[in-house]
Design a protein around this ligand. Sequence first.
Ligand SMILES: Cc1cc2nc3c(=O)[nH]c(=O)nc-3n(C[C@H](O)[C@H](O)[C@H](O)COP(=O)(O)OP(=O)(O)OC[C@H]3O[C@@H](n4cnc5c(N)ncnc54)[C@H](O)[C@@H]3O)c2cc1C
Length: 575
Amino acid sequence: MPAYLHDSVLLYLDKLIDWDDFYTRRKGDGTDVAAERGALRSLLETCAEICTKLEPEARAGWLEPARLENGEVIQPEHVRHGYELLREAGLVSVGVRERFGGFELPSFIANVLIQMVARADAALMTVIGLQAGVAEDIQKYASEELQKLYLPRFVAGEVQGAMDLTEPQAGSDLGGITTRAVEESGRCYLDGQKIFITNGGAAIHLVLARDAETFEQSKSTTKGLSLFICPRVLPDGKKNRVSVERLEHKLGMHGSPTAVIRFERAEAWRIGTKGEGFKAMLDLMNNARLGVAAQGIGIAEAAVEEAVRYSRERKQFGMAIGDQPLMKNMLSRMIVALEGGRALLYRVSTLIDHSNALRATLEREKAASAGERAELQRVLERNQIQIRLFTPLAKFLATESCDEITRAAIQVHGGIGFMAESTVGKLHLDGIVTTIYEGTSEIQVSFALKEIGKGALGIVFEELRKELGALESPVLAPFAARVVGGIERIEASAHALLSDFGYALLSARAVAEMVIAVIVASELLRQADDAPERIELAARWIHVKMLELETQARRVIEGDAGRIERCEKIVRLWA
Ligand SMILES: Cc1cc2nc3c(=O)[nH]c(=O)nc-3n(C[C@H](O)[C@H](O)[C@H](O)COP(=O)(O)OP(=O)(O)OC[C@H]3O[C@@H](n4cnc5c(N)ncnc54)[C@H](O)[C@@H]3O)c2cc1C
């Protein structure tokens, strides 16, 4: 089995996911679940083999940047080669429906594929991630005609995608977008500039722009924005007026082209409802956020692999450095952080798959009784509330953990970790941006806080209590009880928080960390129930995180909005 197909993935694939339930709900009774599972495994094995082959090329070509030649973006050789291998194996746009030639893979599998690609080549992953994300939005929002025109080409890897949101004055706040969309005789034209566009040389751009009719009254808000498909070459073969003005030089992720894009009366097609493009884009962004979480996990896996290997090889004081107690502590902390991030990502991915399977059941079994349909709807709504909270939390946790783990991997390597050729140094520089794009960590915890403000914790904690209560083993039950104690502490601090939104925002990171602590704890215990060798992983998470949670909850309860002013006074010391 290739090392890329990690035991932690196999645990979900073979034990924790109920594939019978998933496929029966999604495709109906009589589905050959064994064959479906076999196909999933074989796709993962193929991807693992390709990634094993790609990794040395990606590491050797890490510094080679994408280039702009005569207005066209040239991806570096390792990215082109990697894309070609994945394309030949059918591993691009894996979420597209079978009727357009895609595999329509479950979200869990799609995210594991992305994670493996990111572990081998983080820059290549950005191309593959956008390829999947843009195709999915076309599938969800575009007309049947546009779907037929583009989706088979996405699946075949003939066209690539880019997502154009950011503008110089509109970063985290997309309400600042000023790219203008004019409609004339039923056709749409875009004017404006986008910056920081990953894979900006791609053939198909998904653009968020402001409708001209409501431009002035909707300015500075996310209302009045629509989503457009804007190809660089129009279906009749003529060049569209979309140009790549510049490529950026970056600290890392050199192989991933980051472009400034200019639209000058570029022809485009609105997809989805006019003026509701932001909502549609959030859909894409939520998928993309999980993709970036998977990217963080993949990069962190590579760093852990390097660090553990080096700690066994490097000898000081007559022994391998990995045998020093401090080093054992550091390495196990890295692994716990990695597995914590992974646990939350897989939990939300499998919840998304469960929801999609329920939707398919509702669609297929129109004759089911009203009671049965209502029950399915109820479960679906509960799932959605959890998914909306878990998605930003998963992105926050996986990417911040990636940053921490890759930095620690440099420390494990000592001086050699700081040399220009150091692999872990490259991984760290690649990993930083995962905490920035697709919404910074601060935006993720603010999003999570909004969901908490709407009451999401009620359902989340109800589910967790059920799950923790079901852990009967005498080894796991005491840990489960500690996590229930953590839930009670969060509940006790919620009132202090939610009575003042300004204060809540100041504490958003702490709140996110507290909620993550109990969700991940429960998921790690669920893993340990099936894989007893993982008990120390869950135990360490719980020992450390429940203590931190206790302190955080006390700080939240004892603090007040006056903390904002005190922060201001400290910042003013620097003026
Ligand atoms: C390599 C790379 C690739 C990218 N690819 C794409 C792409 O393909 N498509 C695309 O559209 N964009 C892309 N981006 C843009 C990216 O999504 C933005 O950089 C990001 O959303 C942050 O926006 P900003 O850079 O304007 O920072 P700002 O929004 O100016 O934020 C600066 C700082 O302020 C903080 N901040 C902002 N608002 C708040 C708030 N309300 N509360 C607390 N803190 C806040 C941020 O967290 C951050 O720390 C890419 C960026 C990079 C670096």
